[in-house]
Design a protein around this ligand. Structure first.
Ligand SMILES: [Zn+2]
Length: 213
């Protein structure tokens, strides 16, 4: 089976997403750029993570055509493809539907840099993309816009997209995004959020750039 190791890793990460409550049921999806750089592997649509087998993972080219696989690819294939086409530094994308992230995505337009530390993984604010229907080309366009050169963005009323140089890193970003959203909710309930001053933001951005190299 082509890319067997990557397929297994995708299946394992799917189970871990559910275990850590970063998604549930058949919500969310996982993809990875193939080592040849010209294709992507992605989870199938409508199958619970516990049931997905390595052979169920589909391979699509960057025109969105299925090269291998009998199942339907994730409905969110358009934004996964758009990210790989646009961002050469991204090799893995995880879309989550987690509790705190969903709560923030239903209320806020963005989550500012308000914590000294964890935003160095994201690269700046967590922007919330404008609402568009799941699976639509418009959603893909809005996600690209909200993501910019950062590692994550929230989708309005829908969850988050988390990127990494590999699947392990994308998973870490997913955990961090959920943690940020949780603390954002806690902090907001206490009063007005204190956004990090410019020097703090600059420092976090420098840390982010350093991690990229
Ligand atoms: Zn979704």
């Amino acid at each position: 089976m082509e890319f067997e190791d990557i397929r297994r890793e995708i299946v394992d990460i799917g189970k871990k997403l559910v275990e850590r409550r970063l998604t549930y049921g058949t919500c969310g999806n996982i993809s990875c750029r193939a080592p040849d750089g010209r294709r992507m592997l992605i989870t199938p649509s409508g199958i619970p993570y516990e049931m997905i087998k390595p052979e169920d993972i589909l391979i699509l080219n960057f025109h969105g055509e299925i090269e291998k696989g009998d199942l339907r690819p994730s409905v969110e294939t358009p934004f996964h493809l758009a990210i790989y086409r646009r961002r050469g530094d991204v090799n893995a994308v995880i879309h989550i539907h987690s509790q705190y992230t969903l709560a923030v995505s239903a209320v806020s337009d963005f989550v500012p840099v308000f914590l000294d530390e964890i935003f160095s993984h994201i690269g700046g604010d967590l922007q919330v993309s404008r609402y568009a229907l799941p699976g639509s080309a418009e959603l893909a366009k809005n996600v690209i816009e909200a993501l910019g050169d950062r590692n994550a963005a929230l989708l309005s009323n829908h969850g988050a997209v988390c990127c990494g140089r590999n699947l392990k890193e994308a998973f870490e970003i997913a955990e961090i995004v959920e943690e940020i959203c949780k603390i954002f909710i806690l902090s907001s309930s206490l009063g007005e959020i204190k956004i990090l001053p410019d020097e703090g933001r600059k420092y976090q951005r420098e840390m982010f750039e350093m991690k990229k190299t």
